[in-house]
Design a protein around this ligand. Sequence first.
Ligand code: AMP
Length: 405
Amino acid sequence: MAGKLQSPRGFHDLTGSDLRRFRRVSSVCRELFTRYGFEEIILPVVEYAELFERSIGEATDIVQKEMFVFTDRKGRRLALRPEGTAGAVRAFIQNNLYALRPYHKLFYEGPMFRYERPQAGRYRQFHQAGVEIFGVADPLADAELLKLVSDILETLGIPAVMELNSLGCRNCRGGYRDALLSYLEGVADHLCEVCFDRKNRNPLRVLDCKVESCRRAVASAPKMIDFLCEECREHYRRVKEYLKELGVGFRENLNLVRGLDYYTRTVFEAVSDELGTALIAGGRYDYLVEEFGGPPTPALGFAVGIERLMLLVEDPGREEELYLLIPFGDVWSYALKVASLLRYRGKKVEVSYRRGGLRKQLEFANRIKADFAVIVGEEEVKEGVVTLKDLRSGEQRRLRPEEIP
Ligand code: AMP
């Protein structure tokens, strides 16, 4: 590439204010995950491509066109992970975690990769923080997860609506799929090209197509909710009941299907009206562990889109005060000792490497938004003091280094 090197399209740097907002979102998630009893797991960024193909589903957008797949030197097909759940399931089985305790609660955080068209809040490398519960069928777990989602949003001060639906199970999904498919055949002329194509492979996905003609065409499509078997209906009813008891607001969206094949029963999205997109999304996947060779293990989880939440939080600013130590003349060893003393006391200290007069130095202090200037000249060294200038009030005084408040 000629000229300046650029990062690849959709891959971004995080610095300054963006990074502070990133850290704010991430630390609120991690703190709440921990408070809810989840243990961290660090998962690899690269897995065998097959893991995602088999879990997310061959007929999904992610697998069909969004995965970064490559072959290694031995010709094995690897993929940069597009999401966290498949890897967590693989790890759960591979490490025999199910043998250790009756159920597990794990959280992860890290970069995910999807070859999507970049736009505001959508990248090819983005970050998710997510949780997974393995081994709990009780609808109380679904409700507790939604409460956690609501706590995250509330702590960050982000308004969002929780959308909820049930996708049924092995017993009832098939009947619904058939009914939906025959309905879609009837309205096929009104479907967009993509939906026309995918209705046979993945008819549920047609329900959440954003194209206006598709939305109209599916408005009176049969709903999963009317096909739920007795157990699924009871599960869904109890989730809603617990949510009401916990005071978690939600709105039923009977067309919510999510883009991934592995979901069963409860699915949900926290949607921002301001952005018009999902911020946090998840649901149950009761068969996935079993499909990958583990013991039958009902499971559920969600993922927070960190960049999406970042768009809606304010820059918290720098937390700690910054001291700029300004040496004048040959006072280096004294100045560095003062800097060390302050650092041992937990202060954030930068020693100025600028040269020049006091005015220039103070301009620099202003530019880097220092809160205090600690000025050390030959006179200060002789007297064993420093001149401390509070750059916000302009107040200035001389004092011994250990007296700096
Ligand atoms: P998903 O894994 O598709 O359920 O997505 C979960 C959340 O991750 C979404 O609700 C978004 O907030 C976020 N997300 C998904 N894809 C991207 C992307 N390409 N860029 C940024 N955030 C994303």
